[in-house]
Design a protein around this ligand. Sequence first.
Ligand SMILES: C[S@@+](CC[C@H](N)C(=O)[O-])C[C@H]1O[C@@H](n2cnc3c(N)ncnc32)[C@H](O)[C@@H]1O
Length: 237
Amino acid sequence: MAMRRIGSWEILISRRPLSTTDLASRYGAVSDSWERKARCFQLNAAYQKPFVTSQIATLLAQFGPKARVLDCGIGSLSIALRSILEDQVEFHGIDTCADMIAQASSIMQHAGLSPYLRQADVQSLPYDDQSFDLVMAAHVLEHLSDPRRALKEMIRVLKPGGMVFVCLTRPSIFGALVQFRWRTWAITEQQGVAWLQDCQLADIGYQPVHLASCAGVASTAFWARRPKCHPQMKGLL
Ligand SMILES: C[S@@+](CC[C@H](N)C(=O)[O-])C[C@H]1O[C@@H](n2cnc3c(N)ncnc32)[C@H](O)[C@@H]1O
């Protein structure tokens, strides 16, 4: 939000995010070229690095082949995760855009994954409380009018001891272009960490994400663990 004071006047200019329907239709229009974009920015390699730093593979290994992973705004993140895991896990994914789900389904099958996919909104997930060991989202929350609401919803479906992992566009020249095109937020490291702290998560970490094709350090990966005894269980979230 930008604010200017002129004499006794205060002028506020704030971003109006796209509605869920408009966003789904815009992503529908680019879904055919999404795989090409993912290759161009080398998303697979970019996401693998913070996955390794966050030691997500070690966490999932504790849960064995029955480990359940939910990818919100499905796609490249699941493929990157699969490429660093030794063991199978159960992949689930949601997206509001049917065409993006169809794309993700075909790319993931090609990568040897058989995900359970549903058309749904990250702000209102169609899953029971505490159903997943890892809940993640890449470049989804910054599209929303209230990203923290979606984050809390992701934590609701996270098991105690499980991990939340989100990649968010950060302030940069590339971030400004994305912001202009998609009306997204650009989120600083401090803001992302504060959101995770507000949700009373533990072991918070973050790492810049380097994208290829001159996009540079255009986003940040954040991760945190849901403590075994978490306020959500007492209805505080
Ligand atoms: C930038 S793309 C990222 C796709 C994927 N995470 C990847 O990296 O390949 C954002 C995705 O989030 C989806 N999306 C946007 N708003 C959403 C919402 N409220 N709930 C679920 N998915 C949403 C879009 O349809 C799109 O597929």
